[in-house]
Design a binder for this molecule. Structure first.
Ligand code: G3H
Ligand code: 13P
Ligand code: ZN
Length: 317
């Protein structure tokens, strides 16, 4: 069942976080729905501009609609990830999306407010909620590369002003994470003092944590043992830290890279062990199963595992 992102946030705030996963194809969708059935958790499907270009807007929409039919007990929202103004309008007008993200975080504060406000007005008129971004995450995000030097944490006072000026429904905040496989070097990590300070300014307001993949060391090792050449110093967010971020208002946790690593591990391993196989369904089946197990593990860390029936009851009130 597709629900609004706001409905999920209202139920989850302060108790658990909703995992938000990017999908690009049928195998990811099947693994995502199967995994959430296994773990009994609600979730958010994210569609990036890259995914829309890759699979096509209609194909993605129909993969999701077919998955919804195949998994009638599922509860999820559909969200545009890192949207531009133009793509956000396209999603709002399509009537398919539960929410959109407008990412103008690379603009000045004033320009970010101006663009976000325009999107919020149009989205709210259509009953759709809006995630905006303030502060600058490091790493690669769609076509924009931000090096660690230019990444900047979200200022709590600015965050309060930004939300008041734009009317956005949730805010992606820069709190020490970055996109992609190469996140932390040295002793960097999540800045809990900053999340706490933002929550003080915005009590009860859902915060979104982008760049939340863990880039597990053993995953990197397995990939490299199967012929991959990923930097072994690659390091992400410790998933055990989600539990501390949840009471501080982090309600949506974006994970994409870790799912790509599952894909890489399964496929490299499969073709190493089965060099003459040309039936793509064989690694496909293995990937769907591995992706479902990965979702189960993440839901446990997000405290969303086992919350499905509670969410269903709250939504039916
Ligand atoms: O933050 C970006 C997400 O990981 C989506 O990546 O733009 O390559 O689909 P993508
Ligand atoms: P990761 O690169 O850490 O998976 O982050 C994904 C993300 O933030 C999507 O918006
Ligand atoms: Zn992101």
């Amino acid at each position: 069942m597709i629900v609004t992102t706001k409905q999920l946030f209202d139920v989850a705030y302060g108790k658990f976080a909703i995992g938000a996963y990017n999908i690009n194809n049928m195998e990811q969708a099947l693994g995502l729905f199967e995994g959430h059935k296994q773990t009994q958790a609600p979730f958010i499907i994210q569609i990036s501009r890259g995914a829309r270009d890759y699979a096509g807007v209609k194909m993605l929409e129909n993969i999701i609609r077919a998955s919804e039919e195949m998994y009638p007990e599922s509860i999820f929202a559909v969200h545009l990830d890192h949207g531009t103004e133009e793509v956000a309008y396209d999603c709002i007008d399509s009537g398919f999306y539960s929410s959109v993200m407008i990412d103008a975080s690379h603009e000045t504060f004033e320009k970010n407010v101006e663009i976000t406000k325009r999107v919020v007005d149009r989205a709210h008129a259509a009953g759709i909620s809006v995630e905006a971004e303030l502060g600058m995450l490091g790493g690669v995000e769609e076509d924009i590369q931000v090096d660690q030097k230019h990444a900047s944490l979200t200022d709590p006072q600015d965050a309060k002003r930004f939300v008041a000026l734009t009317g956005c429904d949730s805010l992606a905040v820069a709190i020490g994470t970055s996109h992609g496989a190469y996140k932390f070097s040295g002793n960097q990590g999540l800045h809990f003092d900053r999340i706490e300070a933002i929550q003080k300014e915005l009590p009860g307001f859902p915060l979104v944590m982008h760049g939340s993949s863990s880039v597990p060391q053993d995953e990197i090792q397995r990939i490299n043992q199967a012929g991959g050449t990923l930097d072994p110093s690659a390091k992400g967010v410790d998933a055990n830290e989600f539990v501390k971020a949840i009471p501080l208002g982090v309600t949506k946790v974006n994970i994409d890279t870790d799912g790509r690593l599952v894909w890489m591990r399964v496929h490299r391993g499969h073709f190493r062990d089965n060099p003459s196989n040309f039936d793509f369904r064989k690694p496909g089946i293995a990937f769907i199963k591995a992706y479902a197990d990965f979702i189960d593990h993440k839901s446990e860390k997000l405290l969303s595992k086992g919350q499905l029936e509670y969410v269903r009851k709250q939504l039916s009130k």
